[in-house]
Design a protein around this ligand. Structure first.
Ligand SMILES: C[S@@+](CC[C@H](N)C(=O)[O-])C[C@H]1O[C@@H](n2cnc3c(N)ncnc32)[C@H](O)[C@@H]1O
Length: 198
């Protein structure tokens, strides 16, 4: 973790949970329980895609180049688990994960951050525009909540920060609960039969 800011100043306690203090738009917690939830969601997505990412061949050919090291930015990295695993899979890629709160990984003694991965505190709404043609891939996963100006971030800041020919990877999760026969539960109102809280 590289940040000049004290982690304590970045979070505040609300009803017994920690919440980041800098972004009024982002309302999910920012503590170990939340990062454990994100890690579980990460495992679910990995199993669903049978990979860390979709568009497998495209991602591999973009990152696994022989002529130079490649670069990847993960915006709203959460616990940092995706960034770390991408750095492990692509040792020739320099991976940067940014988030408005410090990733929890350092408080888990078993987590080893590879030398080609940096996790740092930075705000996606202002950080990405500091870069010009700097990344081969920029990745956002479930990271739209704290970024109300997402269209600008994607179409202007990220487009400018990508190396020409680079990839913008967007993952948006819509939870659907499946029955045993893999058909989806219908969407019904609370109190009605087959209502599912998700
Ligand atoms: C639902 S979590 C997803 C985390 C991670 N991408 C994943 O898939 O496990 C959204 C993350 O975005 C971060 N976030 C919210 N607003 C942000 C901003 N303006 N800049 C950077 N990160 C932000 C939150 O702190 C949180 O860790």
């Amino acid at each position: 973790m590289t940040s000049p800011t004290s982690p304590i100043a970045l979070v505040q306690e609300v009803h017994g949970r920690l919440r980041q203090a800098s972004d009024k738009d982002y309302y999910l917690p920012a503590d170990r329980d939340e990062h454990s939830r994100l890690d579980m969601q990460h495992q679910t997505l990995k199993l669903t895609m049978n990979s860390l990412y979709a568009q497998r061949e495209l991602v591999k050919s973009t990152l696994a180049r022989k002529d130079r090291r490649t670069t990847l930015l993960d915006v709203g990295t959460g616990s940092g688990v995706w960034a770390i695993e991408m750095a492990e899979e692509f040792p020739n890629t320099d991976v940067t994960g940014i988030d408005i709160v410090p990733p929890d990984v350092l408080s888990r003694p078993s987590t080893i951050i590879p030398s080609n991965c940096v996790l740092k505190v930075a705000d996606g709404t202002t950080e990405i525009k500091k870069y010009h043609e700097a990344f081969d891939i920029i990745h956002f996963r479930a990271a739209h909540l704290g970024m109300p100006n997402m269209a600008r971030i994607l179409l202007e800041d990220s487009a400018d920060a990508l190396i020409p020919g680079g990839l913008l990877l967007l993952v948006h999760c819509v939870p659907i609960i499946l029955k045993d026969d893999l058909s989806a539960y219908p969407v019904t109102d609370e109190g009605k039969p087959e209502y599912v809280f998700c």
